[in-house]
Design a protein around this ligand. Structure first.
Ligand code: MN
Length: 380
């Protein structure tokens, strides 16, 4: 049977979707397929909005510098000590965090990334005393709003707040969303070993839901120095394993504390393909039923909150197998694109996304469609 042009095009776009052809070599270009290098670098096909992209302000770095000189062991502080005194040939993290309009935009262009949804880098303001933290969050949000206003098609921003002072945090959330017109919120997991399921923090959810603001729960190191010390010999604190334990735990605490029965419209964003939650859904539900003898106080099963209240991002997880699994487990509506700049590579990440073996309609949602809705970003 002869294939018409339309069927050929559809057929080849399926092959592109299935990752068989490089995305850049689809349709008409297939006949004159490019070099191997081109095949490895899919051309941009989608508007790429990257949603976990870190920045810093000099005042925040100065505060880390001050507390880094104090001789106590804390894994977040050790992380910052490394950033401030990098080993030779380490990536220029602090330079890249402090830059917004120079090297960052060049790297975005090189990778074909349209937009960074910016957020103040981990652990944000959460290691500082409450007045320093609240003032820094306000300053960072003002700076963020300025750069977003200047480059509205390249940047959007998640506002910071200081959980150390919940009432002031609620006011800052309102200001950031309604006056500065920022796009959502970020929190770096625990604050002094406390989690947002504690009712004293619920004014934060009241303010966030009133402004339809999604909250990105970004990792930081676990609070317990003993657990850190236990793992220090094998270096499993930080992004290799500790971050997802900490952040996944935070998410689970919110679920079982009933935060989403009280605030059913609250959306929580988790990076790193959901910090392990999508993989555990069956066992979480099974054990929740077993532990509560069928009389749990939640209105729904834990997995239902994961699907209804959480959106996960691809940050730092350039793995097509996991992406496909997460789309199946949570639905493609609950998965969005992120890089984790400057901690991970932009070109590799964009290539991973552009060549993902998913249907076109899912690709449209994951690369930008869902993020536009979730974060109030104007469609291109
Ligand atoms: Mn990150």
């Amino acid at each position: 049977m002869r294939m018409g042009r339309r069927e050929f095009l559809e057929g080849s776009s399926k092959l592109v979707s299935a990752g068989v052809l490089a995305a850049g070599a689809g349709a008409g270009a297939a006949a004159s397929a490019g070099s191997a290098a081109e095949a490895q670098t899919p051309k941009r096909k989608y508007r790429l909005i990257a949603t976990e992209e870190a920045f810093a302000i000099p005042e925040q770095v100065d505060e880390f510098r001050k507390i880094a000189s104090i001789a106590y062991t804390n894994p977040d502080l050790d992380m910052w000590r490394n950033f401030l005194n990098p080993v030779p040939n380490a990536p220029p993290l602090v330079r890249r965090l402090l830059d917004l309009e120079g090297e960052r935009i060049q790297i975005m262009d090189e990778a074909g990334v349209d937009m960074h949804l910016l957020s103040l880098t981990s652990p944000g303001v959460q290691m500082f005393d409450k007045d320093t933290a609240a003032s820094l969050a306000t300053l960072a949000n003002d700076r963020l709003a300025e750069v977003v206003k200047k480059h509205p098609t390249r940047f959007a921003g998640l506002a910071s707040f200081a959980p150390q002072d919940p009432a002031r945090a609620a006011k800052e959330i309102d200001r950031a969303m309604n006056q500065l017109k920022l796009n959502g919120l970020i929190v770096n997991s625990h604050t002094n070993g406390e989690y947002l399921d504690d009712r004293k923090y619920w004014p934060i959810f009241e303010a966030a839901t009133a402004s339809n603001a999604a909250i990105y729960i970004h990792p930081r190191n676990m609070p317990d120095p003993c657990s850190f010390m236990t793992h220090a010999d094998v270096n499993l604190a930080g992004a290799i394993w500790g971050f997802q334990m900490e952040t996944g735990l935070h998410a689970m605490r919110l679920i079982v504390a009933g935060v989403f029965d009280q605030f059913p419209s609250q959306k929580i964003i988790l990076g790193h393909m959901g910090e392990g939650l999508p993989y555990w859904l069956y066992r979480i539900d099974y054990m929740y039923k077993q532990f509560t003898h069928g009389h749990g106080k939640l209105k729904k099963l834990p997995s239902e909150y994961v699907k209804d209240n959480f959106v996960i991002t691809t940050s730092g997880m350039n793995d097509h197998k996991v992406l496909k699994y997460c789309c199946e487990a949570l639905g493609a509506d609950n998965v969005i694109y992120a890089i984790d700049y400057p901690y991970q590579e932009s070109v590799e990440s964009a290539n991973f996304m552009n060549s993902a073996p998913l249907p076109e309609e899912d690709m449209e949602k994951i690369t930008h469609g869902t993020s536009e809705k979730l974060f109030h970003i104007s469609p291109a």
